[in-house]
Design a protein around this ligand. Structure first.
Ligand code: SF4
Length: 568
């Protein structure tokens, strides 16, 4: 700041991650976008919450504090699905998990408030704030918690992808205007302010949804239903929820960035590294994965019930232009550490690049059906052509030796693309796989897949046959890696046995990538886990509860479980 001649920053971003200047790091993106819009943005990375001086290191911001737990919810980052403390943190220099406090959003907000009284407006952001923006079930304390903005005593919460709302907040606060109309934010209102929102949809109050009774669970489910029905930027209404003596106001989502705006976010010349002061503290493992990877799009058509992407990024997929992606990869070559390998060309799901259902932009995503479940919607028309052309262009760049697709892919989209699906699998197997390719069927038993919002196994098996054949033709020995989930609502021990038999007999492997379901806030699966009811049908769902029942499901699928079975 001294070198730049800044006496003060406009916005100070606080993050639970080590600062990495990369488009994969939300703090970097928001900071760079603010800079590009003429605001002075500074970053306090992993400040020591026990040291009040840490929050005074950059002085006080002129406009607002922007506080984030980091790329991952702090409870997910700090604890396994079985509740054990994680020792490793890939976003901390040296890798030791000692820097990110539990419930980091609240802890950082309180520390900022304590360092400067009265504090400038405190804006919460990032995935933790986004997924805890209304009253939500918290797996780690096994109770329904208030919206995080109420617990953190913050002024504003920016949810979803924050470029638009964070810049608009900076502009309105700078101009002394009223920021309460900015889309993509939540704020706390008094009765009078609530009275000025007559068309708002009212969620059942926190007091009601927090009751651990049948009535409370039904109220929770109703709040969840209203919340999810109002997340599309085209159709969503303002939501309000009574929290003690105040109201949470959830403004409609900000529209997603358009392709040219997304290009502009990625056209920023990021350092693709941590600053020297952070590098000196040790290696940041996450950098190995993201430094030379490129994001081609945002959003996801899949609405997998356990996944937070649709809640955070939305159901509309916005793709960057091929020229912008090529230009980003060309810039990799200027980096001293680039050795010619592009580690990933992808997004939430790699093969959703370059095609879109036309109705979403003007009418919003269909409320009454999913785009990919139970089968691919006829309006979507998957087309792997744009991704194939893009990959070919990247592979032809002079300084590029390898281009890999490391993000997961959806086999059902390949089956639904009669024109270029087969060509895509052949090209993938021949050129774009670094030995193994990730697939995430998650399960294979129909009623469990239905609870997850995932399609059946036919497209998976078709893909496996095509991929094995294409690899054989290319003379390459390479593998598919399958990701499975144990203890998802709806899944019994018998279902896990059926999954194990399928893995051993049909896929001919013992799965290594098995996760126990983690109920992250605001997803459908978490609503199922908490209430024991399917939010779509209202019918009771079996839920494996307790650490041992959940671990047992996982063990059935892993080597230990398979060995035990064969011993019998
Ligand atoms: S028409 Fe089909 S692809 Fe388009 S939003 Fe509706 S379900 Fe999704």
């Amino acid at each position: 700041m001294r070198r730049l001649g800044w006496d003060r920053a406009d916005v100070i971003l606080v993050s639970g991650d080590a600062y990495v200047d990369s488009p994969y790091c939300g703090t970097a993106v928001i900071g760079q976008v603010l800079l590009k819009n003429g605001f002075r943005a500074a970053v306090l990375s992993q400040p020591d919450v026990k040291d009040p001086a840490a929050f005074r290191a950059l002085g006080e911001p002129r406009l607002y504090w922007a506080i984030s737990a980091g790329c991952v919810d702090s409870m997910v980052a700090n604890y396994t699905a079985s509740g054990r403390r994680r020792r490793q943190d890939d976003f901390t220099p040296g890798g030791e998990n000692t820097r990110r406090p539990d419930r980091a959003t609240i802890v950082y907000a309180n520390a900022a408030r304590a360092a400067f009284r009265p504090a400038k407006p405190i804006v919460l952001g990032g995935i933790e704030a986004s997924l805890r923006r209304v009253a939500h079930y918290d797996f780690w304390s096994d109770k329904v918690r208030r919206p995080v903005i109420a617990d953190a005593k913050a002024d504003i919460l920016s949810y979803g992808m924050g470029e638009r709302s964070m810049v608009q907040l900076a502009e309105t606060i700078r101009d002394g205007a009223d920021w309460r109309g900015v889309r993509g934010i939540c704020w706390m209102a008094n009765d009078e302010q609530r009275g000025r929102l007559p068309g708002a949809v009212e969620l059942p109050p926190f007091d009601a949804v927090a009751q651990k009774t049948d009535e409370g669970r039904r109220a929770f489910l109703e709040a969840h239903r209203l919340f999810t029905a109002n997340q599309d930027p085209v159709t969503a209404k303002t939501l309000v929820q009574r929290v003690d003596l105040r109201w949470l106001v959830h403004n409609p989502p900000a529209p997603p960035l358009e392709p040219n705006e997304l290009d502009a976010v990625h056209d920023i010349p990021y350092m693709l590294d941590a600053p020297p002061s952070i590098r000196a503290q040790g290696a940041i493992r996450a950098l190995d994965t993201v430094r030379f990877a490129v994001t081609t799009h945002r959003g996801c058509y899949g609405n997998c019930r356990f996944c937070a992407i649709a809640v955070h990024q939305g159901r509309r997929v916005v793709s960057r232009s091929a020229d912008s992606i090529v230009a980003e990869v060309r810039r990799f070559a200027e980096h001293p550490k680039f050795r010619g390998t592009v580690a990933d060309v992808g997004g939430p799901t790699a093969n959703m690049y370059g095609f879109e259902c036309p109705r979403k932009k003007t009418q919003g995503a269909c409320a009454e059906r999913d785009c990919l479940f139970p089968r691919c919607c006829a309006a979507l028309k998957p087309d792997h052509g744009p991704q194939l052309d893009l990959l070919r262009r990247l592979r032809a760049l002079p300084d590029v030796k390898h281009v890999f697709v490391a993000s997961g892919i959806r086999p059902d989209l390949i089956s639904a693309d009669a024109r270029r699906g087969c060509e895509y699998v052949s090209a993938l197997a021949k050129h774009y796989v670094s030995g193994q390719l990730k697939l995430a069927p998650e399960h294979v038993v129909d009623h469990v897949l239905a609870a997850m919002g995932k399609p059946g196994v036919k497209s998976l098996l078709d893909f496996k046959d095509r991929f094995d054949e294409a690899s054989r033709r290319a003379g390459l020995r390479q593998f598919l890696t399958y990701y499975f989930i144990a203890a998802h609502p709806g899944c019994t021990d018998a279902d896990m046995r059926r999954l194990r038999d399928f893995a051993v007999r049909t896929l001919r492997l013992v799965p290594e990538q098995v996760q126990i379901f983690t109920p992250t806030p605001l997803t459908d699966s978490t609503a199922m886990y908490y209430t024991g009811l399917d939010p779509h049908t209202g019918r009771p769902v079996f839920v494996a509860r307790g650490a041992s029942a959940r671990q047992r499901q996982k063990d059935m699928l892993t080597l230990r479980g398979v060995r035990n079975e064969f011993k019998k």
